[in-house]
Ligand binder design. Structure first.
Ligand code: HPA
Length: 416
């Protein structure tokens, strides 16, 4: 089943470019060709069949694919260049002229439906499964709980027992984390007797990643058999009553990017993971939130543990005064540059979610109050309260109800 691909490329011989009539000749590039190009850059002879080509004609290549490509996709550019070479080779062969040396130009014309609502490429179920299988083959641990450590909160991952650690750079399809304070390791290990997998370092949109890449680990977690996702982050306080160093249990979020169309679930829906239109009215698990409050009470943390609404923005700049006022008016108690996208994808595939923000700074809503905030400052405050956040989260993990798993069990064993 082929879908119209959203890209056309016209292919013009250099010497004839001015006179050529673009679109005079068409030939179709099928999906398997594109896949082959994207995989190794060399389309096999079988999957690429150029029609007889005339050296002085222009051609319009029409791509067909069920894959969605985005404007930023450099792979597509590489594929196009590779295709260009292949066509040149095919052309030389088809007209029997080996010394043919015409300069070729390739122009990619993206057919976009508006500038904002571009179609996006996403990782398929297959990509996620490849990554999950790679990990399952290298660890005997079969966790039910995944933890994402936000800015400066890596020590939580370091506290796991019997660690098995994988660098993001060695895990197939995993993006790399580029921010200071985000180390880039996936660590399996025990916390309070529960097997966990911990992301030490996460991915952000401001690093240049599309949200489907930012959230890729969540779907890998699902395929590893994870049932519960615990997310932590650093956030700036919008609520007047919040102080630097407070811990905020996330009751709900405002996914500002999602509201404006930048949603990690945009594009074809992977039905295996979840429905096209997932509900988010109960995104943050009520039972775990209650458990967290009780745990905070036991630990004597109530004076600095709150419950509130987190707002995700794209960053990387911190908010202007007018923006801070707006977000507060919208109902946000804290603002940060992560989490909501991951939670959307986690809820889509049915994970239970708990979120905890460390308030690293107050976001000023007053032009007369000078508060400066920088990433270094965020890391400093993280250090200060990290041990308490770690204690709270560790106790919560210890009290979570989750079943034991067999070493061989994966969540997609049956049926997929
Ligand atoms: N704004 C956005 N993200 C943040 C902030 C902030 O003030 N502090 C920590 N992460």
């Amino acid at each position: 089943m082929e879908q119209w691909f959203k890209l056309q490329a016209k292919h013009i011989l250099g010497s004839d470019a001015k006179n050529s009539r673009v679109g005079k000749n068409h030939f179709a590039i099928q999906e398997d060709t594109i896949q082959a190009l994207l995989t190794d850059g060399h389309p096999s002879k079988d999957c690429f069949k150029a029609p007889p080509l005339h050296p002085l004609h222009s051609y319009k290549m029409v791509f067909y694919s069920s894959v969605w490509f985005s404007r930023e996709n450099s792979l597509l550019y590489k594929a196009a260049v590779s295709l260009q070479r292949t066509i040149a080779r095919a052309r030389r062969q088809s007209i029997g002229c080996k010394s043919f040396s015409l300069q070729i130009q390739l122009f990619l014309l993206l057919l976009l439906f508006g500038t904002k609502m571009q179609p996006t490429e996403t990782f398929s179920f297959g990509h996620c499964k490849e990554t999950a299988d790679w990990l399952l083959a290298r660890t005997t641990q079969r966790p039910r709980i995944a933890i994402i450590c936000g800015s400066g909160l890596g020590p939580l991952a370091d506290s796991l027992e019997n660690q098995e650690s994988f660098k993001y750079t060695e895990i197939p399809h995993f993006p790399r984390s580029t921010v200071a304070g985000h180390d880039g390791h996936l660590i399996f290990g025990g916390l309070k007797g529960k097997q966990c997998v911990c992301m030490k370092g996460r991915f952000h949109m401001y690093e240049g990643y599309p949200l489907w890449k930012v959230t890729f680990p969540i779907r890998v977690f699902k395929l590893l058999g994870i049932e519960t996702l615990l997310v932590t982050n650093a956030a700036g306080a919008l609520a007047d009553s919040y102080n630097v160093g407070d811990l905020m249990i996330i009751q709900d979020h405002i996914n500002l990017l999602g509201l404006t169309g930048e949603n990690p679930l945009r594009g074809p829906n992977e039905e295996w993971f979840g429905p096209r239109f997932p509900a988010l009215s109960d995104a943050y698990d009520r039972k775990i939130r209650t458990l967290a409050m009780e745990t905070a009470r036991h630990l004597g943390y109530t004076s600095f543990v709150r419950e509130g609404v987190y707002c995700m923005v794209g960053g990387p700049n911190f908010e202007s005064v007018a923006e801070a006022r707006l977000l507060h008016l919208l109902g946000a108690d804290a603002v940060g540059m992560s989490t909501a996208a991951e939670v959307v994808v986690a809820r889509h595939c049915g994970l239970r979610v708990f979120g905890l923000s460390l308030i690293t700074n107050k976001v000023t809503k007053d032009y007369n109050v000078k508060v400066s905030v920088d990433h270094h400052g965020v890391l400093e405050v993280s250090k200060m309260r990290t041990s308490m956040l770690q204690t709270l989260l560790t106790e919560i993990v210890g009290s979570l109800d989750c079943g034991e798993r067999k070493e061989t069990e994966t969540c997609y064993q049956n049926g997929v």
